[in-house]
Design a protein around this ligand. Structure first.
Ligand SMILES: Nc1ncnc2c1ncn2[C@@H]1O[C@H](COP(=O)(O)OP(=O)(O)OP(=O)(O)O)[C@@H](O)[C@H]1O
Length: 251
């Protein structure tokens, strides 16, 4: 089944197209790759898929619903979550607090409920904390739960980003460069974790420049160049595609 489908997406900045009539789909249960040379439009496409920016034309359907009709927080609740770099402000919070911040629809978010339903709030907080500790355990960060997020290595920060996405119990994670700035040993570990979560039912769409990561993880890969579709296929197919090679060499 197709979990995410984008058709004929177009987005220009100052008259210059960043995404040019692009089409992409992600099959439920897959690990799908999105690659392309620098400036190909991958990040802009992620922003369009998650409705962070509005396309000039085209549409995005996630799990049978048009995302353009939903604000970003509702898209996350529906199960499409994207990772974000650990921002400076969050570096001064603990690793556990970073995860807890990602939880949603907490009764305690409503001012009056703090007085009206204190028992329920405490229970929700306990459950969220237990869930966060489970996730930290699954990404090898449980010993760091009470350390500042700012003290984590590049690779551990990447894992924390994924951990925050997992807190929302997503169907689909849009993962932005999981291997960027990460040492090779931890890259392999991150790939193993992604495969484990995928087996547990999470679908992934991954932007990545590291072709070894794409080759080892992905079932299918979409290639963008200058905002437009260039190729789609298995990692082996796209790696030997003449047009793809030319687009990369021509950079
Ligand atoms: N907000 C913006 N305003 C103006 N131009 C933009 C904006 N966002 C992206 N662009 C332009 O759109 C094009 C595509 O950029 P985008 O960041 O989506 O590419 P990318 O494939 O993610 O690149 P990289 O691999 O280098 O991260 C680039 O030419 C970029 O300069």
């Amino acid at each position: 089944m197709t979990l995410l489908q984008a058709k004929n997406l177009h987005k220009s900045f100052g008259g210059v197209p960043a995404v040019n009539n692009a089409t992409i789909d992600v099959v439920e249960g897959s690990i799908t790759g999105l690659i392309g040379p620098n400036g190909a439009g991958k990040t802009t496409l992620f922003n369009l898929l998650s409705n962070f920016i509005t396309p000039d034309t085209g549409e995005v359907i996630f799990n049978g619903q048009a995302v353009q009709t939903m604000p970003s927080h509702r898209i996350a609740r529906q199960g499409m979550v994207r990772t974000f770099q650990v921002a400076k402000a969050l570096s001064r919070l603990s690793v556990l607090e970073n995860l807890l911040l990602a939880t949603q629809h907490q009764t305690g978010e409503n001012f009056f409920n703090v007085w009206l339903q204190p028992g329920r709030i405490r229970k929700e907080e306990r459950l969220a904390k237990a869930h966060a500790m489970e996730i930290l355990d699954s990404i090898g960060l449980v010993e760091k739960a009470h350390d500042y997020a700012g003290g984590l290595s590049g690779g551990q920060r990447k894992l924390l980003e994924i951990g925050r996405a997992l807190m929302m119990q997503p169907k689909l994670i849009l993962l932005d460069e999981p291997a960027a700035g990460v040492n090779p040993t931890l890259i392999n570990q991150i790939c193993d974790y992604i495969q484990t979560w995928n087996k547990e039912g999470v679908t992934f769409l991954v932007i990545e420049h590291n072709m070894d990561v794409i080759m080892s993880l992905c079932d299918r890969v979409w290639v963008l160049a200058e905002g437009a579709n260039l190729a789609v296929g298995t990692p082996e197919e796209v790696q030997t595609n003449a047009q793809v090679l030319e687009a990369y060499l021509g950079q």
